[in-house]
Design a protein around this ligand. Structure first.
Ligand SMILES: NC(=O)C1=CN([C@@H]2O[C@H](COP(=O)(O)OP(=O)(O)OC[C@H]3O[C@@H](n4cnc5c(N)ncnc54)[C@H](OP(=O)(O)O)[C@@H]3O)[C@@H](O)[C@H]2O)C=CC1
Ligand SMILES: O=C(O)[C@@H]1CCC=N1
Length: 271
């Protein structure tokens, strides 16, 4: 399978670096383009992938039946996709869009009828092979094509097939949530700095603690509530901290943040 990425920014960079590091596909089967060429060339130099001079060339080099991944910002999808429609159809390419808030119906409206399109919401942790991706194909995609995309993203983390109606909530807790988790680590570290720990050490300690907490839940099936109970000694330090955080509005703040992502996703979808 040959895969071309239109866009060489944060997300394409994370996936390409992840795929190359994991050895999922040989670098010569991957290609990237960018608006100004420089970021694509830098990524190509770093990873050994190809950096064609235009999006048309990328589709040609990726096809026939190649995967063309749209990794540009949502507002650029129309201007990137429309000029490529006939070529994508000729090459029988599979179009994969990573764009937040951009439904399959919108993507289809920029393409010839019958074009196979898969919507994916990945996350930045693909960079270290610990990503999370949701995948949904349109009516023109075969089961094999959807499976191939799931397989591709599984090589850089976990991937699931998800109904499109669930993408906004999913985007909040997987696409955007690495930023929220990073804010939490930063807040923990700053609180520790206030109490005398050096920032770099505090950040490392807090990040390792997040990693271990996630692994305990995923690998042992421990629920968040069970884990919190395991840590909270009666009359101890943790329960004092947890209740103080709740008193300061921790859970309502998280719920509002998730809802804001969902509302913004719907706003982008509405144009
Ligand atoms: N960042 C994330 O964590 C996540 C992002 N996404 C989605 O991924 C997509 C990309 O986001 P992200 O990587 O953060 O964005 P970036 O701004 O980091 O990267 C966008 C890339 O698109 C390139 N580009 C713009 N116009 C064109 C064009 N006409 N032809 C070729 N390349 C072009 C830019 O080129 P140049 O470098 O020259 O400016 C840049 O490399 C978005 O739709 C976003 O919703 C989804 C999940 C998570
Ligand atoms: O912020 C954004 O719009 C994209 C989608 C999810 C993560 N980044």
């Amino acid at each position: 399978m040959r895969v071309g990425f239109i866009g060489a920014g944060n997300m394409a960079g994370a996936i390409v670096r992840g795929i190359v590091a994991e050895g999922t596909l040989p670098a010569e089967d991957l290609a990237v383009t960018s608006a100004h060429g420089r970021s694509a060339q830098a990524l190509a130099r770093e990873t050994g992938v190809d950096a064609p001079g235009s999006n048309e060339e990328l589709v040609e080099r990726t096809g026939p039946r190649g995967v063309v991944v749209l990794a540009v910002k949502p507002h650029l999808i129309a201007e990137v996709l429309e000029p490529l429609g006939d070529l994508l159809a000729e090459q029988d390419s599979l179009v994969v869009s990573l764009a937040a808030g951009t439904p399959l119906a919108t993507l289809e409206s920029f393409l010839p009828p019958g074009q196979a399109v898969v919507r994916v919401m990945p996350n930045v942790n693909a960079l270290v092979g610990a990503g999370m991706a949701a995948v949904c194909g349109n009516a023109s995609t075969s089961e094999d094509q959807v499976d191939a995309v799931v397989g591709l993203f599984e090589t850089v983390g976990s991937a699931i097939v998800l109904a499109e109606r669930d993408f906004p909530a999913y985007t909040a807790i997987a696409g955007s949530a690495p930023a929220f988790a990073a804010h939490f680590v930063e807040a923990l570290a700053r609180a520790a700095v206030r109490n005398g720990l050096p920032k770099m050490l505090a950040t490392r300690i807090a990040a390792q603690t997040m990693l271990g907490t996630a692994r305990t839940m995923l690998e042992r099936g421990t629920t968040p509530a069970q884990l919190a109970d395991m840590v909270s000694s009666p009359g101890g330090t943790t329960i004092a901290g947890s209740l103080a955080m709740e008193d300061a509005g921790f859970s309502p703040a998280v719920v509002r943040g998730v809802q804001a992502v969902i509302d913004r996703d719907r706003e982008i979808a509405a144009g």
